[in-house]
Design a protein around this ligand. Structure first.
Ligand SMILES: [Zn+2]
Ligand SMILES: [Zn+2]
Length: 339
């Protein structure tokens, strides 16, 4: 008989995650792979799901969309992956390929998109099923736990960074967590200056930012030295940061909101937007974003700051993320994996 396997599921909106044991392995259908999970990152989006900020899909929800594991079964017709190969599963889990957005190369905006750890059971589990067309090979230089945060913090951070524009040299990062600590290193590598804005008095996050090459780190209301910023990327889910960030960027500069959910943006004087400043949001990712970022991560020795939790402690990892109790990225490790 097969060994039972564990998932951590949210039975209904706002309810804590429950361990659930399964006796049957999930079946990889045509075009799908079954993956034995080695590590799964904890993203702020998971927190929004658990807190009911995003719609509950109506069935017990297994979060997790920064999945690293090994291919344990290949469904019919899967090409390009081998049994035992290490792979990563991101947030974008399925797109229709036929809608206007898909045909325009903007599959991140697909009207029928399905997302890992939301409409599709995610990686807070020992086993997961994924559509092979949305699965990535992973750069070898990162261990399983280190690779996990690349799959959303890295990818979404990268898309947000790219939206800042090629002329952005002085870049502000609001919320110095999983995404910002990776993108700060990319920006530094590309010769840009990084300014890290954290919750007032968050000394560990500010220290990490300075260690990773930020020119300055301070509270979100503080004014960094020197000229105004060319762009600001907001990773914290706090709408009040939008006018603060606008006030720090130069005319023609861009404020990028990178989260899936944000508290309301307070009203602000038009003068903050005047001067052709732009506010844009980033929604999801395309597979091309994934390929571009993972190629970069293969070439760069990104330092991935992780806080490990056993899979059974997923709820505690979410609570610690909400409270800002660690620097970097939380990663869940299933029982039996090296912690
Ligand atoms: Zn995410
Ligand atoms: Zn579509």
């Amino acid at each position: 008989m097969e060994r039972p396997w564990l998932s951590m599921a949210m039975p209904a909106p706002g309810r804590p995650l429950q361990p659930t044991w399964h006796t049957m392995l999930p079946l990889a259908g045509p075009g799908q792979v079954r993956i034995a999970v080695a590590a799964c990152g904890v993203c702020r989006t998971d927190l929004h799901l658990v807190d009911g900020d995003l719609e509950h899909p109506g069935h017990p929800l297994v979060p997790g969309h920064e999945i690293v594991g090994r291919v344990a079964a290949l469904g019919e017709g899967v090409r390009g992956f081998a049994f035992g190969q290490r792979v990563g599963v991101p947030w974008l889990g399925w797109t229709c390929g036929a809608c206007c957005a898909c045909r325009a190369g903007r599959e991140n905006l697909c009207e029928q998109a399905r997302f890992t750890g939301w409409q599709i059971d995610g990686g807070y589990a020992e086993q997961v099923i994924a559509d092979a067309r949305y699965v990535f090979a992973l750069p070898e230089r990162y261990g399983d736990v280190q690779a996990a945060p690349l799959l959303c913090a890295g990818l979404i951070g990268w898309r947000a960074y790219a939206m800042a524009g090629a002329d952005a040299h002085r870049i502000g990062l609001y919320g110095f967590g999983a995404a910002a600590h990776l993108i700060a290193q990319v920006a530094r590598h590309q010769g840009h200056e990084v300014f890290a804005f954290t919750r007032a008095g968050d000394a560990p996050a500010q220290a990490l930012a300075l260690e990773l090459g930020a020119a300055w780190a301070g509270g979100s209301e503080d004014e960094p030295p020197g000229a105004p910023l060319d762009a600001a990327l907001i990773f914290a889910p706090v709408g009040a940061l939008v006018p603060l960030a606008l006030a720090r960027v130069r005319p023609g500069g861009t404020v990028v909101c990178a989260g899936i959910h944000m508290s309301d943006i307070p009203s602000f004087p038009y003068a903050l937007l005047w001067g052709e400043r732009r506010i844009v949001s980033v929604a999801n990712l395309t597979r091309a974003d994934g390929q571009a970022f993972l190629a970069l991560a293969a070439a760069l020795p990104l330092r991935v700051q992780v806080q490990r939790y056993p899979l059974t402690h997923a709820q505690r990892a979410l609570d610690d993320l909400r409270a800002g109790r660690f620097a970097g990225a939380a990663v869940l490790v299933p029982p039996g994996e090296p912690a």
